[in-house]
Design a protein around this ligand. Sequence first.
Ligand SMILES: *Cc1c(COP(=O)(O)O)cnc(C)c1O
Length: 363
Amino acid sequence: MNRVFNFSAGPSMLPLPVLEKAAAELIVYGDSGMSVMEMSHRSPDYEAIIADAEAMLRKLMNIPDNYKVLFLQGGASTQFAAVPLNLIGRTGKADYVVSGQFSGKAFKEAQKMGYDVVCAATSKEDNFDHIPTLTRDMFRPDASYVHICYNNTIYGTKYQDIPDTGDIPLVADMSSCILSEPVDVSRFGVIYAGAQKNMAPAGLTIVIVREDLLEYADPKMPTMLEWKTMAENGSMYNTPPCYTIYVAKLVYEWLLSIGGLPEMKKYNEKKAAVLYDYLDSQSYYLAPVKKESRSMMNVTFVTGDAELDKKFAKEAGAKGLKNLKGHRSVGGMRASIYNAMPHEGVEALVAFMKEFAANNPKA
Ligand SMILES: *Cc1c(COP(=O)(O)O)cnc(C)c1O
């Protein structure tokens, strides 16, 4: 069977060369005589895999030496709890920007733990159709950190600039945009991301943390959530998600082979432009997100008629354009066009959109 264009928000497409390499090495890896799935995480073969994965990620993202890179489990959602547990000890309070569902969940999780947290800004009253404008004076100067979600997967919005938080460490959930373009890591205290959007299969969570921020953990916190413990043990305090880290390594290798994140960004920009240019050129579909907040990774649109939206997703699916239905909480359509989505996938989607609009005139 042919592979389809899979517009799923996550887990999502992986680059074909990565799948091919993983398939070729599935049963016997190198001269180890076994699959990576069967290897001890303490074996020399595996130690080389995780060391290479870290070195490649550092190279790709240009991660400064004073940052630790952690390969963890539990998904980005576990970090919603781990962030306050690791950082609140700085000053006892923290500020959040709520720009969508995931940042809202992160905020609620910190609140639930009884910490002094406030929502410094939100775009909730506008259905999260933009990123709130942020200025330094909106944050409490003694906040332990400011938490943001850099790309809002469900609504299709993204920060176009890194907010200025002065000396307050900035913590960013980058689950759905990590590796899509270069970012200046030194502007952040912590970056974290679930892998299954743009990096690897599910099961791996990356945390990139500035070393001086490892000193503020709540002493009562669960060991498994403590970044310092994980950093001191090279992400091997317990068994890491071995196979997923291996696939992530293959993805990093692929990214480096195509020219790294500057080239990836150019490709992603062209791809997203095909879709947005079409959306801006017609009136059948509506793109609810404000232009200045548009995401390059998740593109949302609606026909304005819930029945037509349903029909659209169904007929597109039948043509090999899969998973275009919007998030269950917002409806409409969402095309997730991460790194691994080929340009032809977006071209095929726009062709289908034109055809659907012609065949289904609105009353
Ligand atoms: C998918 C997603 C999450 C949730 O990730 P899990 O790994 O499923 O916990 C959190 N934040 C963002 C921005 C996401 O896209």
